[in-house]
Design a protein around this ligand. Structure first.
Ligand code: MG
Ligand code: MG
Length: 258
């Protein structure tokens, strides 16, 4: 059972996802060596509440914070802490909000200062794999078409796709059907229709695809200790072309000035 949203509901979801986009841009301003992930979390929570939203992750399944901050070999679901970012790190910042009862959910992986060439390549391939998935997110196609496109792009760079975690539907709940895997075969899975809203969120590893969960019950890490990147958009399915409800433009305006 897939929930199809009306145009009015998609408009509300766009507002929620724009708040996430603006929150991530606030975080972009602060990312530099010496900043703790817990500080980023506090700024995000304040910004979301000041704009009439509620942090969606805080308390979700017992998660303690507003952001998931996942550094280097942490894939996703990292818990903000007193860890101070250092030159050459990458940090995935995943943010969720509830605004007017509708969820926003998006993630961006930031470089901290100068990062090495292979890590830059991991970030650009992960980002491009997301964009490749978006091109397939069209009414009449199937979820497997997205999965296939993401996997092809990521593996063409020599990188590997995390299997254990997937994208999802989004609406009045953070995780709705369908699951949106980042690997798979064309022409398989549920058929997409106008009004379906999904999060596409490739998690791409520099080394091997295997991951493990830490004893904190949340943080997912690569087994081989190599870095992992994560970018996430919320998109509304439409005829001909996906309607992307997230924008990275605010983030990139900030990063281009730094
Ligand atoms: Mg998500
Ligand atoms: Mg997310």
């Amino acid at each position: 059972m897939l929930y199809l949203k009306t145009d009015e509901e998609v408009a509300l979801l766009r507002e929620s996802n724009m708040l996430v986009s603006r929150t991530l841009a606030e975080i972009a301003r602060l990312i530099k060596p010496g900043v703790t992930t817990l500080y980023l979390d506090k700024v995000a929570e304040t910004f979301i509440r000041d704009n009439g939203g509620i942090p969606a992750f805080k308390g979700y399944g017992g998660f303690p914070n507003t952001l998931c901050t996942s550094v280097n070999d942490e894939v996703v679901h990292g818990i903000p802490s007193g860890y101070a970012l250092k030159e050459g790190d990458i940090v995935s910042v995943d943010c969720g909000v509830i605004l007017n009862g509708w969820y926003g959910d998006s993630a961006y992986t930031f470089p901290v200062g100068t990062i090495d060439e292979i890590t830059k390549r991991l970030l650009s391939f992960t980002r491009e794999s997301l964009e490749a998935g978006v091109l397939e997110a069209v009414a009449g196609k199937r979820i497997g078409d997205i999965s296939w496109a993401v996997q092809q792009k990521a593996e063409s760079g020599g990188f590997s796709v995390v299997r254990e975690l997937v994208g999802h539907g989004l609406g009045k709940r953070l995780h709705e059907p369908p699951e949106v895997p980042n690997y798979g075969r064309r022409g398989t899975g549920p058929k997409m229709e106008k009004g379906l809203v999904i999060c596409i969120e490739p998690m791409i590893n520099m080394g091997k695809k295997e991951t493990m969960q830490m004893r904190d019950g949340w943080t997912i890490r690569t087994v081989d200790g190599m870095p992992s990147a994560h970018f996430e958009y919320a998109v509304a399915i439409d005829k001909g072309k996906a309607d992307v409800l997230t924008t990275f433009e605010f983030i990139e305006e900030v990063l281009n000035k730094m």
